[in-house]
Ligand binder design. Structure first.
Ligand SMILES: C[S@@+](CC[C@H](N)C(=O)[O-])C[C@H]1O[C@@H](n2cnc3c(N)ncnc32)[C@H](O)[C@@H]1O
Length: 195
């Protein structure tokens, strides 16, 4: 049976993105118009590389994408994408040097997700921790007026996360893209214009 999700899977294959998650980012950008030519983007949880590839196309060769993941990215990316295989919660020396050299960034985007265990509260708690890490990175490396996109799983910690994010951004939105599985607990928090 042809399902809704098959549509995004096939679309990604046809358009040569390694994962259908690219359409979540596209939907968010369609709503808020965040990506522009020449920007510097920090992409956390970048493997297999759909977001980084699409971001690199949006910012163009005068821009920069710094991609970070625990796992190596599996695709070829243009020269203005720098890839770091390390933990975003504890940047290695190379990543730290690059952040210092290239920062501050226009956008910090995080699609980081924990390995799910099926234990709802454990998965949600880990997702919250990753989202907090992404927020911390964003606060360190985003320029004033810069924007932040972060994935988080719905759960009891979300109000606290939103409260914390609102302290640092002029406006904070919640988005559940159509391309995100309805049964998935994930959604995205978008921080507009860092104070
Ligand atoms: C849903 S995938 C990202 C998909 C990616 N945005 C794309 O479009 O190709 C989530 C990723 O988060 C990464 N991740 C989880 N915890 C991380 C951490 N502490 N540091 C860096 N990456 C992490 C995982 O390794 C995984 O590759």
């Amino acid at each position: 049976m042809k399902t809704y999700q098959d549509y995004y899977f096939k679309k990604a294959k046809k358009e040569k993105y390694p994962a259908r998650s690219v359409y979540k980012l596209q939907e968010i950008d369609k709503k808020f118009r965040l990506f522009k030519k020449g920007q510097k983007v920090l992409d956390l949880g970048a493997c297999p590389g759909s977001w980084s590839l699409w971001a690199s196309q949006k910012v163009g060769e005068k821009g920069l994408v710094v991609a970070v993941d625990l796992n190596p990215l599996s695709i070829e990316l243009p020269g203005w994408v720098q890839v770091f295989t390390c933990d975003a919660t504890s940047p290695n020396e190379e990543l730290q040097e690059t952040l210092e050299k290239e920062g501050p960034f226009d956008l910090v985007i995080s699609d980081m997700a924990p390995k799910t265990t099926g234990i709802k509260f454990a998965d949600q708690a880990r997702s919250y921790e990753l989202a907090l890490t992404a927020l911390e990175v964003a606060l360190n490396w985003l320029k004033k007026g810069g924007c932040f996109i972060v994935k988080i799983f719905a759960g009891p910690d979300v109000p606290e996360f939103l409260k914390e994010t609102r302290k640092h951004f002029k406006s904070v939105k919640q988005v559940k893209p159509k391309s995100s599985r309805a049964e998935s607990k994930e959604f995205f928090v978008v921080g507009l214009e860092k104070k």
